[in-house]
Design a protein around this ligand. Structure first.
Ligand code: ASP
Ligand code: MG
Length: 409
């Protein structure tokens, strides 16, 4: 009878050096000896991807994206070969593959390619012949046979996609923390590990800046119902299970608090209140490939209104330039901006059925004298823009207000 298959993904910190690679090898072998067929997906050693990108930038300010992918994909090739050797050393049969070798076919959007198809034949053959299969994460190959990568943190996506294709019963993401936390434990000491969270909530938290998982991988897992277990590679403790929503989750009003400190706010003043103006403004910004996050437009009393929006801080200069041009063209006024903004958000599916959640969040901020500059809400999320210098305090206040910390005693 075929064995159950398990996919285990090991992030950069889990394979940062030889000792850690040997440690990962032991874990993989243990799962194998426990009766699983194992597919392991690895990230590049430690921060080697960052180092490779840095090297490229020492050569040129604007490296070709094709060549960047050619370069950074080598990181994962190193770790998958080393892990395989470490497994051999422990007396088990194992074989490593690149993304191209296992048929991860992508479009040709270098540095952020999308998976189109996976054929996985070699993985299945490898498992059938009794091997542990190790796959280089983060990479694929385009229809033109060019090497592509799946966006930063893309090994997560490789793992989830392979789990789906091989019909794995679970996809374990090994990292250097014990799971997903109610908020960043570096900001709130009392932050608690979440036992179980829905895909939707995890997607929001990851998109809002929680570092553990790449948002795209969660989207994929949600679409195909791949259960994820985020856990530490340094302990045997159960981590966080990410799965589809179950009834009990509704009772949890707020699951987590996220902070993004890289927000900039732009206001175009006195924009004429006529149909088509907003479309013009945001079309021009989109043309520059800039992602606008929150948008706020007030009701106009005098035929003109201020339009404010936030963008990633690193895009501010580009945005100001575009905003000034637009303002002139549509007959609006000054462009004001502030780069020292942070966005604090709460996420929870229980918000759908509980009232007063927003009021509680605002109250938590008010009690600390923190001014809210912008607010946006969706079904399972509320975000407030505050001054960057008050961001962490805002997180602590909100975390406390909703009682998210470890229970004392
Ligand atoms: N090594 C790549 C990165 O650092 C991919 C990954 O770690 O998942 O983004
Ligand atoms: Mg990495």
């Amino acid at each position: 009878m075929a064995k159950p298959i398990i996919v285990q993904k090991f992030g950069g910190t889990s394979v940062a050096d030889v000792e850690r690679i040997q440690n990962v090898a032991k874990r993989v072998v243990r799962s194998r000896r426990d009766g699983f067929d194992v597919v392991a997906v690895v990230s590049a050693l430690g921060d080697s991807t960052d180092k490779l990108i840095e090297l490229a930038h020492q050569i040129t300010e604007e490296p070709s994206e094709r060549e960047l992918d050619m370069l950074v994909s080598t990181g994962e090739q190193v770790s998958c070969a080393l892990l395989t050797m470490a497994i051999h050393k422990l007396g088990e049969d194992a074989i490593s593959f690149t993304g191209a070798q296992v048929g991860i076919i992508t479009d040709n959007a270098f540095t952020k390619a999308r998976i189109i198809d996976i054929n996985a034949k070699r993985i299945v053959e490898g498992l059938r012949s009794g091997k542990i299969v190790i796959v280089a994460g983060f990479q694929g190959v385009s229809l033109n046979q060019d090497i592509t990568t799946l966006g930063r943190g893309g090994s997560n996506l490789t793992a989830v996609a392979l789990a789906k294709v091989v019909g794995a019963e679970s996809c374990e993401m090994y990292t250097d923390v014990e799971g997903v936390f109610t908020t960043d434990p570096r900001i709130v000491k009392n932050a608690r590990k979440i036992d179980r969270i829905s895909y939707e909530e995890m997607f929001e938290l990851a998109s809002l800046g929680a570092q553990v998982l790449q948002p795209r991988s969660i989207e994929f897992a949600m679409k195909f119902g791949v259960p994820i277990h985020v856990r530490s590679s340094f302990s045997d403790k159960v981590g966080t299970i990410i799965s589809k929503e179950v009834k009990a989750m509704e009772d949890i009003v707020v699951s987590g608090v996220a902070l993004n400190k890289e927000e900039a706010k732009v206001t175009i003043c006195d924009v004429p209140d006529k149909p088509g103006i907003a479309a013009k403004i945001f079309k021009d910004i989109a043309k520059e490939d800039i992602n606008v996050d929150m948008i706020v437009q007030n009701v106009s009393r005098t035929g003109a209104t201020d339009v404010s929006f936030t963008v990633p801080g690193q895009n501010l200069n580009k945005v100001i330039k575009v905003a000034k041009e637009i303002s002139k063209r549509v007959g609006a006024g000054d462009v004001k901006y502030d780069n020292n903004m942070a966005k604090v958000s709460i996420v929870g599916i229980g918000m759908r059925s509980h009232s007063g959640v927003a009021a509680n969040m605002f109250e938590a901020l008010a009690e600390k004298g923190i001014n809210i500059e912008m607010i946006s809400t969706s079904e399972i999320k509320i975000s407030c823009v505050v001054k960057k210098s008050e961001g962490e305090e805002a997180v602590r206040a909100i975390h406390e207000k909703f009682g998210l910390g470890k229970k004392k005693g």
